[in-house]
Write a protein that binds this ligand. Structure first.
Ligand SMILES: C[C@@](CO)(OP(=O)(O)O)[C@H](O)COP(=O)(O)OP(=O)(O)OC[C@H]1O[C@@H](n2ccc(N)nc2=O)[C@H](O)[C@@H]1O
Ligand SMILES: Nc1ncnc2c1ncn2[C@@H]1O[C@H](COP(=O)(O)OP(=O)(O)O)[C@@H](O)[C@H]1O
Length: 282
């Protein structure tokens, strides 16, 4: 049996800089991956099959699953028995479906003895048809992501962060949020310094950048404001922002202890929310 970890994707910044004729939005986003995520396992089999379990499995159908799309995209003639243990909330802005498709791509490439996924324009353009976030999730590394998600620049100089991810248990449609965004032509991210002296200077740079989907998502789903308030008012929080199209928001903290304390504080007040302390970028 072979296992792959599908790490949650967090958009630390998400700037919408334009729109293509096909309706897709041009993005400029700093993406980091979390130490929390879904688990996929793969076994040899004649036919292709998927079973889903885990704490967040309930609403997720096998039909049209992004994992099966990735398998078909890779080689539609081969079989495998795949198990997904779902830990990430569905439709929550941390790319669960994309991370799962990407993990399937990596896992099946190994199971079927295919070459490792290459970092090429052709490859990224091809797999972005499964989902715009799939290319960045295949490599699962700290990345400046642009285009509609198919242009990837890996970054190796950014400090690791201690974070808490919070989802108020409302599913948000990515398409609906993009439709609600009024300004489709915002400035790109500010210049990314080639050196940060530590976490504080990185957070200071992050706070000067934005998530251009945040106010549109908040107008559709008021629970996002409650989530950001709960994170901002937690002890030692240095930055609170929404990831992707929401509703998951993240808080950044100075160390692992502060992140764990904040997670307990937030889940103590909101026992029905999904709250997870983690590291980003490590
Ligand atoms: C917004 C982001 C930011 O990382 O994350 P999530 O909130 O989904 O996690 C992504 O761009 C989402 O990527 P992904 O969820 O894979 O998108 P897709 O399945 O390809 O598209 C979902 C819908 O979003 C819109 N879409 C997506 C990406 C993009 N650059 N422009 C768009 O307009 C399309 O209208 C599409 O109908
Ligand atoms: N393996 C999967 N995990 C999560 N969602 C999936 C998966 N396969 C298909 N989907 C569908 O993809 C959509 C987006 O889910 P997800 O990737 O979790 O959200 P987001 O793009 O906001 O991070 C949902 O409608 C969900 O039903």
């Amino acid at each position: 049996m072979l296992e792959e970890f599908a790490r949650a994707k967090v958009n630390l910044t998400l700037h919408i800089t334009g729109q293509r004729e096909n309706g897709y939005h041009m993005l400029d986003s700093l993406v980091m991956f979390a130490s929390t995520g879904d688990i996929l396992s793969f076994d040899h089999a004649t036919d292709l099959s998927l079973r889903i379990d885990g704490p967040e499995a309930r609403a997720l159908p096998v039909e049209n699953n992004s994992i099966l799309s990735a398998a078909h995209n890779l080689d539609s003639t081969k079989g495998a028995s795949i198990r997904l243990t779902k830990h990430l909330p569905v439709s929550s802005g941390i790319g669960g479906g994309s991370a799962d498709a990407a993990a399937a791509y990596r896992g099946l490439s190994k199971l079927w003895n295919l070459p490792e996924p290459p970092l090429s324009q052709d490859f990224c353009a091809r797999i972005s048809r499964i989902g715009a976030d799939v290319p960045v999730c295949v490599f699962s590394r700290t990345t400046r992501m642009s285009g509609i998600g198919e242009r990837l620049e890996f970054l190796t100089h950014l400090p690791m962060l201690h974070a808490v991810l919070v989802n108020p248990r409302v599913a948000v449609s990515t398409q609906a949020v993009f439709k609600t965004v009024t300004n489709k032509s915002n400035p790109a991210m500010g210049e990314l310094p080639s050196f940060f002296s530590g976490q504080a200077s990185f957070i200071s740079w992050l706070s000067q950048n934005r998530n251009d989907m945040q106010s549109a998502a908040m107008s559709l789903e008021p629970a996002i404001s409650d989530t950001l308030n709960a994170i901002s008012s937690s002890h030692a929080c240095q930055l609170a922002r929404m990831s992707g199209s929401g509703a998951t928001c993240f808080g950044i903290y100075p160390d692992a202890g502060a992140a764990e304390n904040a997670a307990s504080q937030i889940s103590g007040k909101h026992s029905d929310w999904w709250v997870q302390s983690c590291t980003l970028g490590a």
